[in-house]
Each structure stands twice: as C-alpha cells, then as structure tokens.
Design a protein around this ligand. Sequence first.
Ligand code: SF4
Length: 246
Amino acid sequence: MQFRFDFARFDFEPWRAALSGLVEGARTLPRRLPFDQLVKSMISGRTKDAVSARSYLRLRARFPTGASLAGAAPGDVERLIARVTFPEVKAAHVVDAARRVGQAWPDYDLSRLSGMPPEARLEWLERLPGVGRKVAASTLNASTLRLPVYIVDTHVWRVMRRTGVVPANAAARDVSMFVTESMPDWDGETFTLFHVAVKRLGQTLCRDAEPLCGLCPLAADCATARARGGVRSARRLPRARGPWRR
Ligand code: SF4
C-alpha cells in the first residue's frame, strides 16, 4: 500500500504477540456488509460501544436498506440514534451519505471499493459527509471486505502516542498510515485483531486518566513507562519522517 508520505517502519509483530490475550472473543465477532459497517461506524464516534450497538440495531430495524435510509427524514434517524453523541449531526450525515452512495451505486454494494487502489478507496469514502479516516478504515477493514488497513480510534491513538512509536503530535490518520505501512505482510483479519487488542489495552491499562504501566505488556517498548518508572528500552524506536516533527 502506497501512501503520500515516506515513513520509517516499526515491527509491530512483537506487540501483536504480547497483546494476543486481549483479543478473546474478537475472532468470532460478526462482520457486516461494508455499507452497514459504514453506517455503524458513522454513528459510533465518541460513544460507548454498547450504546452505539443498540442505536444501530434500532436504526436498521426501522431503515433496513440503503435506499430506505437515503429516503429517511433526518429527524426520524435522529430520534432512533438519540443516545449517541451528536445525534442531530450524525443523523444528517448518515442520510446524506446514504443518498450519495445510492447515486454512485444504486445497489449500495461497497464491495466495489476493493477493486480500487488502497488510497483511492479510502479517499472515496472520505468524500462522504461525516466520514474521516477512522470510519473509512473501519468500513474497509472491519466489514466483510477485511481489507488490510489499520483502524485508529481514540484509545489506539492514545496508546501509540504514549509509547513514543509515533510522535506526540501525530494525527490519527498518520498513525493509521504508519501501522498499515509498517506491516505489509499482515492480512485484514490480523489488522482487525491488532486494532481490538490495542483498543482494549487503551480501555483497561492505558486509560486516559492514568496509565497502569506496571501491568502493561508493552512497558519495555514504551517511552511513557520509561519516563514514569525507569523501564529500560528493549528496542530502538523508529525515527519518523514525512509530516511528523519531533
Ligand atoms: S506502558 Fe503505560 S503508557 Fe505505555 S502503553 Fe502501557 S499503559 Fe500505556
């Protein structure tokens, strides 16, 4: 996969192995069709997983197809997803995005994206209203498409920056590019499970308020752990080029 920037690479395989215990149950999670995953991801930002999951089920029970969602009144969608954050904005975006997908492909079959070059399919999705890199990557990777691109949510973003494997000012989009570029031999399933593992690490040990570095399997590779407790580095971290500045 070729991106616009030239990054140094980092071998995430030892991290994947170290965090393998955190993917319990993730291998059997159901995968949605890419349009359905797009809708689910669009309403999930900054919302607890259980809340967004229930909201998504309510939404799709009322509007089960892409065409029905494209024809919905945004206010009706807003009422169905009222428990997620920013429901009014997300409802408008979901309806508008559904209309635009339907104009491009009336059967709402986003599996066509797999025939595009990697960056082009991400950019196609990001032209939809309310769709950034995280939603685009989720649509391509966490759906039945299983394409190899790394999903970076707020938990993953925090872990990656705290470890120092990316600079503290690295944008989430750049982190996604960096991990994806670093592991060209990983398949989509491996990227999905690595996302789940790092996300769960961020939800449990590397929490926003206070990281529990003494319990963390990544402590030997982590700049924050070294700064807080004198853990010795096991590996040299990469020097990033491209858009990042140290
Ligand atoms: S060692 Fe600490 S800061 Fe580093 S990833 Fe683990 S919990 Fe987060």
